[in-house]
Design a protein around this ligand. Structure first.
Ligand code: AMP
Ligand code: MG
Length: 526
């Protein structure tokens, strides 16, 4: 099959060692970075939604999105001429423990394409079994696929480095899942998403080779990564060290963005960490509603909360250590790794602070800024306070308002509190103190209220993909109505803009969603 506009330029499956067994079933794969495997042909594919923007990014005319060829190729029914689909081999540390070989158990790379001097890997998720399926079915369900499709695009428009999503399709197959792992399996609709990224190489892609003591293939993969994704760096031990440093820098940038917008990944295992510092593998992720450093959406992690919101930067750091171990045999010197990790720690402090100040509309740096940030963290957690509404509402603050006698400004802020009645007495006093600090600090800024508001509204989104919003889209989609998927996709294209007639999406999570599966509790079942 051919699709006009796609310029195939495969490199990963041409330049790196392949598993000699083709179209094989589950097994341990050694000496290879991937296995050739074709997608399973779906029973009756149909398109739910496709992104015109991502289509254009990879060179496709949006008109192609409705074509039979598009449906065939991006559902996995037909293979593009001149391509050889494959599943990538990787391992990973899951929840702190080495889990051995994982690999693409249900993701199949179709091809790499080139457009406007950029290369993109196209990958179907939910396209059937691979050698890495480990007794699972290789499939994905509609709910998790909607969540991945919408969130990838929402994150991109929020300015967070991320994989993109080209298309969301039903396969026409039924898939059995036990959503809460409580012995209640049910049939669900199967779906497939086409994810797009410059590369899907993960920290775990290197770790598996170290674990197999396969330094030869490790070097090949590192050289491939340098050549295609860090072309400014040499293929030398210095180059590998410099690459690690750059991965540290990019991963830090990514996680600072997560903290800024209130995104909680949920499963930050090393197999889910992109070597390019992009957000990948959208599973049981969630968005902070009440500002709570201890929150995680992932019920599988509810006991230890390893991947809770407030821990994410530290978990990236932990993962980077594992990557450093994997790359070490190529450098045989710990120094560049130690230096890069130390730099991560130092840069984190600086960048986190800058990000927090930007959210408050503060550009410079003054003594006392740390106190302003720390006190806000405390008081925000004094009662359940919606992160998105709080920061967006704060942009309307005018210097001199403080918390005046009639609390005129604060009464508008009450919208951000889940129990406004709690915001009295000692807590109100704390807020009053914080606003005193804030006001005094803003006086030192050389800009008007209007200018500050404009700045703040560029870093504090008005619309994010709240968990219950995705669930509403899913509930309708499961009944065959994709209008909410479409509406949220459009809404989240402009998350920082005021949008007419969209105020219902700028609101706290409704109470019915507080303890509902899919809204506050998500499992890895997908
Ligand atoms: P995840 O937690 O989604 O990142 O997945 C961890 C590993 O399990 C990866 O190797 C996935 O490809 C694999 N996996 C997850 N779900 C399935 C499935 N339904 N079939 C096969 N492999 C899966
Ligand atoms: Mg994964």
């Amino acid at each position: 099959m051919k699709i006009d506009g796609l310029h195939i330029k495969d490199t990963f499956n041409k330049e790196l060692p392949a598993d000699p067994i083709e179209q094989g079933t589950e097994r341990k794969v050694t000496g290879a970075c991937f296995s050739f495997i074709d997608p399973t042909v779906p029973a009756n594919p149909s398109l739910i939604h496709a992104s015109e923007e991502v289509a254009q990014l990879i060179g496709l005319d949006p008109k192609v999105l409705g074509s039979e060829e598009f449906l065939q190729v991006f559902s996995g029914a037909s293979i593009l001429d001149g391509t050889r689909p494959y599943a990538m081999c990787y391992g990973g540390h899951q929840f702190g423990n080495w889990a051995g070989q994982l690999g693409d158990g249900r993701a199949i790379n179709l091809a790499e394409v080139e457009h406007e001097n950029k290369s993109w890997a196209l990958q179907l998720k939910g396209a059937g079994k691979t050698p890495y399926s480990r007794n699972a079915d290789g499939l994905a369900v509609l709910r998790s696929s909607i969540r991945e499709h919408l969130c990838s695009e929402a994150m991109h428009h929020l300015g967070v480095p991320t994989s993109r999503s080209l298309s969301l399709m039903l396969t026409g197959n039924k898939v059995m899942r036990d959503v809460m792992y409580d012995g209640n399996p049910a049939m669900e609709q199967g779906a497939v998403v086409c994810r797009v990224a410059e590369s899907f190489i993960r920290f775990g892609s290197f770790e598996i080779l170290l674990s197999n003591q396969d330094v030869d293939t490790l070097k090949k993969l590192a050289d491939f990564t340098l050549k295609h994704h860090f072309p400014e760096l040499p293929l030398t031990p210095q180059g590998y060290g410099a690459m690690f440093k750059e991965v540290c820098r990019r991963s830090l940038e990514m996680v600072i963005h997560w903290q800024r917008v209130g995104f909680v990944h949920g499963v930050m295992n090393t197999d889910n960490m992109s070597i390019l510092g992009h957000t990948i593998d959208y599973g049981p992720y969630g968005w902070l509603e009440g500002y709570d450093l201890t929150w995680t959406p992932n019920t599988t992690d509810s006991q230890h909360r390893r991947y809770r919101y407030g821990k994410q930067p530290e978990m990236v750091f932990w993962n980077l250590h594992k990557l450093a171990n994997a790359l070490y045999p190529l450098v045989n010197d710990a120094k560049p790794f130690e230096e890069a990790l130390e730099e991560y720690g130092n840069d984190y402090l600086v960048k986190y602070k800058t990000m927090k100040l930007e959210k408050l509309g503060i550009t410079g740096e003054e003594e006392g800024d740390n106190e302003l940030i720390v006190e806000l963290e405390k008081v925000l957690q004094g009662s359940e306070t919606d992160m998105t509404l709080f920061y967006r509402g704060l942009a309307d603050y005018q210097v001199g308002q403080k918390l005046d006698e009639d609390n005129a400004f604060f009464s508008t802020m009450l919208e951000a509190f889940y129990e406004p009645s709690e915001c009295t007495g000692a807590l109100l006093l704390k807020w009053r103190n914080w606003f005193e600090l804030y006001d005094a600090r803003l006086v030192k800024e050389d800009s008007s209220d209007q200018e500050r508001k404009a700045r703040m509204n560029k870093v504090n989104p008005k619309y994010v993909l709240r968990n219950y919003m995705a669930q509403l889209a899913i509930d309708e989609a499961e009944k065959g109505d994709y209008s909410v998927v479409e509406e949220l996709y459009e809404l989240l294209k402009s998350p920082y803009n005021e949008q007419e007639n969209k105020s219902k999406w700028y609101a706290k999570r409704p109470e019915w969603a507080r303890n509902k599966v899919g809204c506050s509790m998500l499992s890895c079942s997908s």
